[in-house]
Design a protein around this ligand. Structure first.
Ligand code: AMP
Length: 529
């Protein structure tokens, strides 16, 4: 069945929701005018009011203009959660240049591909984070890619322009239109490397506000950004963007560790945050014995990005005084939330319904037939903020979009409780490691670059902490090959650390299926025996 979650009988209705002909910067400016000296952003001891955010954004956009960065140019941003991330992003939104948001965990291998496809004219980085030197990596990438004119540092830098030295400018610039692409984000990736997703100003403002309505975020709210804000969840569901355009306060946090997070929740009176299931399990463990922090200000805990077991959902409700909100989201578009007043059965066993009444979903079987309520199939979605194609022209549209404009999520789902969506897994092979999506085929290709590895097969194994971990089965002709050698090989290749197999098993052969493919189900049994 096709389900449209509201009043969208006529397709013409969709036009009405885009009546807000504003860019993301216009939205921020409205909030600045209204909330002036109210605190907008907090990062450790650094605090910025809305007016200060306005001044900083003007100064930094001036700096970009002076460097010649203009409407339509792309700027790759690789920063941890920090206030400068927000200033740089809104400065670029203002002048119509497009940030490409890249997770801090990405390394040369991944970024190289993204640069090839997007040709950014600058990279914004900080010196180092969690022991990794981003400046060295940026220097290497700039040498390889002619498009990159500037490495821009948020830290003091003798060789490169630094955000701190940027000054306002009178240079005339071409403002973006409300329906222009505002930024590029990267999908979890169902092929070997992430796909690039263009998000327009009005689509982002629309879904961020709809998310805010669904999670009751307003000017009184304080959002704690724990997950990387380069990802759509913490960036805009409602996340940083939704909270700021509604006049709330955003607090930045570097890690999800309870030692860092609980004092911040207490001191800043955080009202809402979002987590992936692997982090919430750690929180629950610590909360069993940590009674010294008062986290009662937290009213909404969004959990999504990967499967939340109904037992963990129950634990959250039992042990934390906040509302749990299950979140299912895709970088490509559709977002589903449980309602804050959903009954427990719905809350524990579903991911709720799409946030917009204009979202349409259908669930189909392997022959593309629409199937009825309660039956499992692939979830297809279409709606005002779901993309109709990827940024890359070479990504085959047919694999990801139907002729009638639905995006194929690749997720196995069914309709439960009359109109709620329950996600039960992936139809396509994928490892969901603490919310980060990794393709086994990508790890296999990387393993096979090693001279001593003849063949490999990578599978997902359920993991108490990570949700899923990667396990690589390796056939090698060198009996002296060690796991540490392979780990070093991955690091030397400049691969994101979450792609280094969590578990490695050296084997003599692979079990095969009837048609001669590696039998990954059997491999999993080997591990679980
Ligand atoms: P990404 O593009 O990184 O945002 O990943 C989107 C994918 O994450 C979805 O297509 C799902 O496979 C998975 N996902 C997101 N939220 C959930 C959830 N609540 N439960 C299960 N899987 C989820």
């Amino acid at each position: 069945m096709i389900k449209s979650y509201g009043l969208c009988e006529k397709r013409g209705d969709i036009k009405q929701i885009f009546l807000e002909q504003l860019t993301l910067y216009d939205h921020l400016e409205l909030a600045i005018k209204k909330y002036k000296s109210k605190i907008a952003l907090v990062e450790k001891s650094r605090k910025l009011t809305y007016i200060e955010l306005y001044k900083e954004t003007s100064r930094v956009s001036g700096g970009f203009l002076r460097l010649g960065i203009k409407n339509g140019d792309k700027v790759l941003i690789q920063l941890p959660n920090c206030i400068d991330f927000v200033i740089v992003s809104f400065a670029l939104f203002k002048i119509g240049a497009l940030p490409i948001f890249v997770l801090p965990s990405y390394r040369e291998n991944e970024i190289d591909e993204i640069i090839k496809k997007t040709k950014p004219s600058a990279m914004v980085i900080n010196d180092s984070y969690l022991g990794f030197n981003y400046k060295n990596m940026a220097i290497n990438l700039k040498k390889k890619h002619k498009s990159i004119n500037w490495i821009i540092n948020v830290d003091k830098d003798d060789e490169n322009p630094c955000i701190k030295d940027f000054k306002e400018s009178n240079v005339k610039y071409e403002k973006p239109l409300y329906n222009d692409t505002a930024f590029l984000i990267l999908s979890g990736g169902t092929t070997s490397l992430p796909k690039i997703i263009p998000i327009t100003h009005n689509a982002c403002a629309y879904y961020a506000k709809e998310c805010a309505i669904n999670s009751k975020v307003n000017e009184k709210s304080t959002y704690l950004a724990i997950l990387p804000i380069a990802h759509k969840f913490a960036l805009s569901m409602p996340g940083v963007i939704g909270t700021l355009i509604l006049g709330g306060k955003v607090v930045m946090c570097e890690s999800g560790s309870c030692e860092e997070v609980f004092p911040i929740i207490e001191n800043e009176k955080v009202t809402i945050t979002s987590l992936v299931p692997s982090l919430i399990n750690l929180w629950l463990e610590v909360l069993e014995w940590d009674k010294k922090h008062d986290i009662s200000s937290l009213k909404v805990l969004q959990v999504g990005g990967a499967m939340l077991s109904s037992n963990t959902a129950k634990e959250i409700v039992k042990n934390m005084q906040c509302n749990l909100q299950q979140v299912y989201g895709t970088s490509e578009g559709v977002i589903c939330f449980t309602d804050l007043d959903d009954d427990y059965n719905v809350l524990y066993n579903s991911q709720g319904k799409p946030i917009s009444r204009f979202d349409e979903i259908k669930i189909i079987d392997e022959n593309s037939n629409i199937i009825s309520n309660g039956e499992y199939g692939e979830l297809l979605v279409k709606g005002p903020y779901t993309i109709k194609s990827y940024y890359e022209k070479d990504v085959s549209k047919d694999n990801y979009f139907t002729e009638d404009g639905f995006y194929r999520t690749g997720d196995k789902a069914r309709i439960v409780f009359n109109n709620k969506i329950q996600i039960v897994g992936r139809l396509k092979e994928q490892i969901n490691r603490a919310g980060e999506k990794i393709m086994p085929s990508e790890i296999e290709n990387l393993l096979c670059k090693h001279n001593n590895i003849k063949s490999s097969a990578v599978i997902a194994i359920e993991d108490e902490v990570l949700g899923e971990r990667s396990c690589a089965f390796i056939i090698s002709d060198n009996v002296n090959l060690k796991k540490a050698d392979i780990t070093k090989f991955f690091i030397d290749m400049g691969v994101a650390s979450n792609k280094i197999p969590d578990q490695m098993e050296f084997v003599d052969y692979f079990p095969l299926t009837g048609v001669g493919k590696i039998n990954k189900k059997e491999l999993k049994k080997w591990i679980l025996k």
